[in-house]
Design a protein around this ligand. Structure first.
Ligand SMILES: NCc1[nH]cc(CCC(=O)O)c1CC(=O)O
Length: 303
């Protein structure tokens, strides 16, 4: 038992909100006073780069590298992440110890009532290869413009007319209290990113005490579903530039998993679904999609 547990997080408003959710969950589970968990913010390379697509500058490790190092150097005891931003291959000494109950997994469309309602030839602001490929598949007439930054930045860019619409994860908007913003896009129309809506907590693999404390706040269904989506992503050999969508939900017999891979321009797409008994079985659906994909689409992943 330590006298204080240090929670590492990025400093963005969403990251801090999620960190406080985890802090409160631990306090409730263990009857801790507010002083027991100290929130330590760590600046990541991703936070410093605002003008280019993440895909261009080196991918998801941008969000985790500094927190991984803080864990390793014992400056923090555990780290809180949006699971969507955590790469599938993690350092050996770090384990995903728990996940909070998943929030709304959908994207919300801001600037138009629905995808069909965006004006002919309109602009959609996003920096997500998945959202841009899915959008172009549904509406080849649209133009994608690079959009990054927090919710308020994006909204002001919409108001300035830089785009007609943008897409953001419902989970992030809701956690920031922006329940009124945007129209939810059904998952049947746009399958979300693997792990969207899930908050995960990582700790050192050798820190048995911390792992035990975190296990108490793990939502088993969320962990199972997100592990399946990540297993699919890992088997695809996808990078953060690869347009991939996946969603697992609990179903009779295990998990119902849906997945989609696309070419960046949205012209090619393979979709599939499977009922699987365990998260590792998700890899089989990845193999199926790759086998059905054209050589060009397959090369997006194995290249
Ligand atoms: N890539 C950034 C990111 N990582 C997690 C979320 C939202 C929260 C979540 O999906 O859990 C967002 C913003 C967005 O995609 O709108």
């Amino acid at each position: 038992m330590r006298s204080i547990y240090r929670l590492g997080t990025r400093g963005s408003p969403l990251a801090l909100t999620q960190a406080h959710m985890v802090k409160r969950a631990l306090e409730a589970a263990h009857g801790w006073p507010e002083t027991m968990v100290e929130i330590v913010t760590v600046k990541t390379s991703g936070d410093r780069i605002q003008d280019r697509a993440l895909a261009e500058v080196g991918g998801k490790a941008l969000w985790t590298k500094e927190l991984d190092l803080a864990l390793e150097e014992r400056r923090i005891d555990f780290a809180v992440h949006s699971m969507k931003d955590v790469e599938t291959i993690r350092p050996e000494h770090i384990v995903i110890a728990a996940m909070l109950p998943r929030a709304d997994v959908r994207d919300r469309l801001i600037g138009a009532e629905s995808i069909a309602a965006i004006r002919e030839g309109g602009k959609v602001g996003t920096s997500s290869p998945r959202r841009s490929a899915q959008m172009l598949r549904l509406r080849p007439d649209l133009e994608i413009v690079l959009f990054r930054g927090n919710v308020d930045t994006r909204l002001s860019r919409l108001h300035l007319g830089e785009a007609d619409a943008t897409l953001l994860a419902a989970a992030g908007l809701d956690r920031l209290g922006r329940h009124e913003i945007g129209a939810p896009v059904p998952v049947e129309t746009m399958l979300p990113a693997p792990a969207q809506g899930a908050v995960g907590i990582e700790a050192r693999a050798d820190d048995a005490e911390m792992l035990g404390l975190l296990a108490a706040i793990d939502d088993a269904d969320t962990s199972l579903c997100v592990r399946a989506e990540r297993a699919l992503l890992a088997r695809l050999g996808a990078t953060c530039r690869s347009p991939v969508a996946a969603l697992a939900v609990r179903a009779e017999g295990g998990l119902h998993l849906r997945a989609q891979i696309l070419s960046p321009d949205g012209r090619e797409s393979e979709e599939g679904e499977a009922v699987i008994a365990a998260p590792e079985d998700a890899a089989a659906l990845a193999v199926q999609l790759l086998e059905r994909a054209s050589p060009a689409l397959r090369a997006e992943f194995e290249g």
